[in-house]
Design a protein around this ligand. Structure first.
Ligand code: H2U
Length: 348
């Protein structure tokens, strides 16, 4: 009988943050591909695009004019998914048709006035300004009595459904704690109550000893491919110190966080020498005024690309009906990312 080898044999891994399992099929990573190829976008973008609704001084679709901004610029989304208005509703008790009104605020965060500049190509001080702006937004939006959660995220690249290459992210602040965050919160809390320590701090300690999935680290943050990663090159930035949100970060930690974001996104761009698409976002303590000692600040990067600048992973079939599955192991992905140069390919 053969003995189990996680580099060779199919197995399932458990995600302690979501409580979900994922199927890993390492023996399959050499299978041939005759499927879809996406057009690779060359970087021919101008620094200013008169047609772009995010460029400085331009008029947006609702007729408002953007300021002549020089670094980060934030405005209320003109097509918000959530509305600020209070909507009284009858209590609905039917267990099969549950709903509740949801109140919130959506904002757009332009990272830079330069239309063709993404995070990996920005100077560190410009990325620090984004981190400061996010902190201010978390304070401002989270401080409102009806806002209990502030989701900061970036959707980058046309394959992710991003409508505009101008560097930008979004903030969705709302009265409920959204499903993904609620799952994570329950698991962090359960672990904290049981062990009186942070799940992610304990996890990080083991990862730093094992060194199998670490991509890079600096004084205050570690970037790794989680043991339970779903996407081929999924990573997480985890703070070394245990704290719950952006507002607990020292200035030094903010710089280190900005540096970690730059370093991982440079590696991403270098992987297939393309502007690497992803969805990224910060998971941190809700703003529901409760103490949340269980929360440990982290940022997820979920990139779709699999084997080249044009071939992405699809979450379809078995994954829609059964559970998420990956071929290349998280250890192999971490090794590939770790060995990539730290200088952006356009500057080499
Ligand atoms: P995405 O491409 O990541 O979806 O971001 C663009 C956002 O910008 C999107 O949420 C908003 C869209 O609603 N937007 C405006 O607020 N004003 C505009 O004039 C166009 C787009």
């Amino acid at each position: 009988m053969k003995t189990f080898d996680s580099n060779e044999h199919p197995h399932r891994r458990y995600n302690p943050l979501t409580g979900e399992w994922i199927l890993v099929s390492p023996h399959r990573s050499k299978r041939p591909w005759q499927g879809q190829k996406e057009a690779v976008s060359g970087n021919t973008l101008p620094a200013y695009d008169p047609e772009c609704y995010l460029c400085a001084g331009n008029v947006r679709s609702n007729g408002e004019q953007n300021a002549d901004y020089k670094d980060v610029y934030i405005f209320d989304n003109d097509f918000p998914a959530l509305l600020n208005d209070e909507m009284p509703s009858e209590i609905n008790t039917d267990p099969l048709f549950r709903y509740r009104p949801e109140r919130g605020i959506n904002r757009v965060v332009c990272f830079s006035p330069e239309h063709n500049l993404t995070i990996p190509e920005m100077e560190l001080d410009a990325i620090e300004k984004i981190v400061s702006a996010w902190t201010q937004q978390y304070l401002d939006l989270g401080g409102k009595d009806f806002i209990n959660h502030v989701q900061i995220f970036e959707n980058k690249g046309a394959v992710m459904g991003c409508s505009n290459p101008h560097p930008h992210g979004q903030i969705w602040a709302q009265s409920s704690i959204p499903t993904q965050v609620e799952k994570t919160q329950k698991n962090l809390d359960r672990y904290y109550q049981k062990n009186k320590s942070s799940l992610l701090q304990d996890y990080l300690e083991h990862e730093l000893k094992r060194k199998e999935r670490i991509v890079l680290e600096n004084e205050h943050f570690v970037v790794l491919v989680p043991f339970w990663a779903i996407w081929p090159y999924e990573t997480m930035i985890i703070s070394k110190r245990h704290f719950g949100s952006l507002i607990s970060m020292s200035n030094e930690e903010k710089s280190a966080f900005a540096a970690a974001m730059k370093s991982i996104t440079v590696k991403y761009d270098n992987l297939f020498e393309t502007s690497f698409p992803y969805s990224s976002g910060i998971h941190q303590a809700p703003t529901d005024k409760a103490a949340h000692p269980e929360w440990h600040f982290h940022m997820h990067f979920y990139p779709p690309l699999l084997r080249s600048a044009s071939v992405k992973k699809f979450m379809v079939g078995y994954e829609m009906l059964g559970e998420a599955q990956r071929d290349i192991t998280p250890e192999k992905s971490a090794e590939i990312l770790r060995q990539l140069p730290d200088t952006h390919y356009k500057k080499r």
